[in-house]
Design a protein around this ligand. Structure first.
Ligand code: NDP
Length: 256
């Protein structure tokens, strides 16, 4: 019988991470590889994609970079097909790519609204279906969606209505697909991070300190590497009886 730490291992599994070339996604790529998975990433910036491949190689991990835009259905199909062809399958899908626009509701343009919902919800939906179809035909798999505390609270001081709505949709889509696909052996879970220091969340800017840092019981933002272990957990057999869950990782932000 496997020891408890062995159940977190991902040896022999293959994973695809959207938006894996910086921030949280790059941390997920490295963590999944360290856990034993063969990992592919898909993102638009070829130079940054190559940088992550080089960083992973320096740690002894062979990561596959796919240059692509997941708001394109053709690129999603290509990313899944390339992962399956090059890595030998697709057992783990991490839907991480996302975008956020700060703007009060009266000033949000239709283009801004569409760009946030297109990437955060529609692309995640299409990636889930493309990966889920492969998993359904090959005995199952695990999907990990990157949601947000913004699905549960309204962030301050900036207004970001499209982002908040998009992440609420991610959490509910996680539950919906989890219920529908459980009989197929596919688990679908999400993590809901609080503030994490990335290009999306400039946590060191003074105008954000009052709410983004001082409102957090732990009085700091996270490093991307602090979210990655939960993604490995949800992708692994350690979470074999978990599906439809949203794991909050926020330094206590949502406690108040
Ligand atoms: P970043 O802005 O740092 O990174 C976003 C990633 O998504 C990049 O790799 C980018 O690569 C990729 N991406 C953007 N658009 C596309 C596209 N059309 N096709 C493919 N890839 C794309 O964000 P974070 O790392 O901060 O966020 C990652 C996820 O975590 C997001 O879903 C975000 O909402 C969520 N999150 C972040 C929090 C935070 O505080 N940082 C808190 C809670 C949730 P490229 O531009 O090269 O395509």
């Amino acid at each position: 019988m496997a020891g408890v730490l062995d159940t977190f291992r991902l040896d022999g599994r293959t994973a695809l991470v959207t938006g894996g070339n910086r921030g949280l996604g790059a941390a997920f790529v490295v963590a999944l590889a360290q856990a034993g998975a063969k990992v592919a990433l898909v993102a638009r910036d070829a130079k940054r994609n190559a940088d992550v491949v080089a960083e992973a190689a320096a740690q002894g991990h062979d990561v596959l970079a796919i240059d692509g835009d997941i708001t394109s259905d053709a690129d999603i199909g290509r990313a899944v097909a390339t992962t399956v062809a090059e890595l030998g399958g697709l057992d783990i899908m991490v839907n991480n790519a996302g975008t956020c626009i700060h703007n009060p509701s009266w000033e949000v343009t239709d283009d801004e609204w569409d760009s946030v919902l297109n990437l955060n919800v529609r692309a995640l939906w299409k990636c889930s279906r493309a990966a889920g179809k492969h998993m359904a035909e090959h005995g199952g798999g695990a999907i990990v969606n990157i949601g947000s505390i913004s699905a549960m609270i309204v962030n301050r001081p900036q207004w970001q209505p499209a982002y908040n709505a998009s992440k609420a949709a991610v959490h509910q889509l996680t539950k919906s697909l989890a219920a529908e696909w459980a009989p197929l052996g596919i688990r679908v879970n999400a993590v809901a991070p609080g503030y994490v220091k990335t290009e999306m969340a400039p946590v060191d800017r003074p105008e954000f300190r009052r709410h983004w840092i001082e409102d957090v019981p732990q009085l700091r933002a996270a490093d991307p590497a602090e979210i990655a272990p939960s993604v490995v957990f949800l992708a692994s057999d350690a979470a074999s009886f978990m599906t439809g869950s949203v794991l909050v990782i926020d330094g206590g932000y949502t406690l108040y």
